[in-house]
Design a protein around this ligand. Structure first.
Ligand code: SF4
Length: 299
């Protein structure tokens, strides 16, 4: 082994996070399945493929591992700050739900020294970077509310459900690696199971989270691979729907409205470690081959 490879080796070695139950769903991969059959957050097929032990067709590169590690360190810095501020209660707190077979770890639990009731706060840290992410999650334009990622909401909603008797207050903290800005999204699990962030209803419910989880477990039990919940390449019809719902950038919306070709995929697929095997036998929009699509999407 060359001297510089010693730096890469620990990233590939098992860590405390790898000691989660591998036969359970990961809290960080969860999503919601609405009554209409729409999925928000994580892709069920991806968790299915992991649970049945399918080898990854696109495993993360060493650079991707390093990026994840840097993200972890940003969260760890906040844990150290909580210790210095003397509000630290615990970190990497294990969560295991045997009924729905889901496992995870709460990043940090702190105590609010001024609170007379419900002093504990459970925190999930997510590190982000770049103008668009910061604008969405930390500093939205005037009149716009910060956007909470649905996977992150599912993860914190799940922790809030499991620890509902002990911890009533939950924060999802977005930490910008490049600008140093932070923002907390306060997640509340309401009595009817619905989830709110910063006082606004999200439209998501804890029962939809368990519907998502149960559908993955049912697929594993019957060995029937779930359909793709997201699209590697969006079809003109999907793009039109997104443009109508104001889910595209201004430039893409204009292009779609003028009938121009827009090569765009869902980021979950472009970052997915199963992307090649998942889309190998699928017909893609614009009659693109998988290889051409991946090149155009920068995978
Ligand atoms: S490539 Fe996309 S649809 Fe397929 S498993 Fe990954 S995220 Fe799901």
């Amino acid at each position: 082994m060359r001297p510089e490879q010693y730096f890469d080796q620990p990233m590939l070695a098992p860590t405390i996070k790898d000691m989660r139950r591998v036969d359970y769903l990961y809290a960080s991969a969860l999503g919601f399945l609405s009554k209409e059959g729409k999925v928000y957050g994580g892709c069920r097929r991806k968790e299915y493929l992991r649970l049945v032990g399918t080898p990854e067709s696109n495993p993360p590169s060493i650079e991707a591992y390093r990026k994840m590690l840097y993200g972890d360190y940003v969260g760890m810095a906040e844990v150290e700050l909580a210790k210095k501020a003397r509000i630290y209660v615990g970190d990497e707190v294990a969560v295991q739900d045997d009924e729905h077979k889901i496992s995870g770890r709460i990043d940090l639990v702190i105590i609010d020294p001024q609170a007379t009731t419900d002093p504990y706060i459970g925190i999930e840290h997510k590190s982000i970077q770049g103008y668009y992410s910061i604008q969405k999650k930390i500093q939205p334009p005037p009149g716009k509310a910060p956007e909470t990622d649905m996977s992150h909401l599912a993860q914190v909603g799940f922790y809030a459900y499991v620890y509902r008797a002990a911890i009533k207050r939950w924060w999802l903290r977005y930490l910008a690696r490049d600008s140093g800005q932070t923002a907390k999204h306060e997640v509340v699990l309401l009595g009817d199971g619905s989830l709110s962030t910063n006082g606004r209803l999200t439209g998501r419910n804890i029962n939809d989270l368990f519907a998502w989880a149960n559908s993955v477990h049912a697929a594993v039990a019957t060995k029937s691979i779930p359909k793709q919940d997201f699209s590697l390449l969006l079809s003109p019809e999907q793009l039109k729907e997104m443009a109508d719902q104001d889910e595209l950038s201004k430039t893409d919306t204009e292009k779609v409205r003028k009938g121009h070709k827009v090569i765009k995929g869902d980021w979950r697929c472009t970052y997915c470690s199963y992307v090649q095997s998942c889309w190998a036998n699928e017909k893609l929009p614009y009659d693109l081959t998988l290889q051409d699509a991946l090149v155009k999407l920068g995978v």
